[in-house]
Design a protein around this ligand. Structure first.
Ligand code: FPP
Length: 222
């Protein structure tokens, strides 16, 4: 969800206004995804590198997430959205963590769309944790290193149990993955669009899905 800052700067507004507009884009895009029958939507809300931002901006984003959950949770739940988290939200403090956990529990039985929010998430840290777990199991004698295969690693990723990633969209013209779902995107279709995140919504999602439908996926075959 890139481009909030530039959207705000272009209007002479503070970055926080860009993030607020970004949260509205989340609302629109999520509704459109539910309507389009998307099974899983993962949003990169905060990367493990985003701590380099000013304290004020981090605190604005935290406040926005709290506000968003308070305002949207009931509606999300009634629309059949299940919330799931990847990353480690603990540095955001117990208040947000408790709210997120309650939201995850409240929506656990829903099955129309799974909304995965990546918060303080980084793909390389996810790999490192998986590697540590495997090493611990090997050292304790519960795992023979010869048994380590892709499936086992996949099961240790925070996305375990979710379907394979089909389409990865990055907004705002940046052409990088920035430590997002690196393992999971091995065969994903990548789509880089110029639209700044606050301008994203149903129409943009529909054209992204149409572009995805035009791609020929060969998974290494011919
Ligand atoms: C990147 O734009 C955006 C973020 C770091 C924050 C995204 C968060 C939200 C949209 C808040 C709401 C989220 C949820 C799940 C309710 P940027 O600030 O890097 O933009 P720039 O590259 O133009 O500076």
């Amino acid at each position: 969800m890139d481009g909030n800052g530039r959207w705000a700067a272009a209007r002479g507004l503070p970055r926080s206004a860009g993030h607020r507009a970004g949260a509205e884009a989340v609302r629109r895009t999520l509704r459109a995804a539910v309507e389009a029958g998307v099974e899983v939507l993962t949003l990169y809300a905060f990367s493990s590198e985003n701590w380099r931002r000013s304290e004020e901006e981090v605190s604005d984003l935290k406040g926005l997430m709290l506000y968003y959950i308070e305002r949207e949770l009931d509606e999300l739940a009634s629309e059949g959205v299940r919330l799931r988290l990847i990353g480690d939200p603990s540095p955001f403090g117990p208040k947000l963590v408790a709210k997120l956990e309650r939201a995850v529990a409240q929506t656990a039985a829903n099955d129309r769309l799974t909304l995965v929010v990546a918060l303080n998430y980084g793909s390389r840290a996810e790999f490192a944790t998986a590697a540590r777990r495997l090493a611990e199991q090997a050292v304790s004698g519960t795992l023979d290193p010869a048994e380590i295969d892709e499936q086992r690693i996949d099961g240790l990723m925070q996305t375990a149990g979710l379907p394979p990633l089909d389409l990865l969209i990055r907004t705002s013209g940046e052409v990088r993955l920035s430590n997002f779902l690196l393992w999971q995107s091995a065969y994903a279709e990548l789509l880089f669009v110029e639209t700044l995140w606050p301008d994203f919504g149903g129409d943009e999602l529909k054209s992204a899905l149409a572009e995805f439908a035009r791609r020929q996926r060969r998974f290494g075959g011919r």
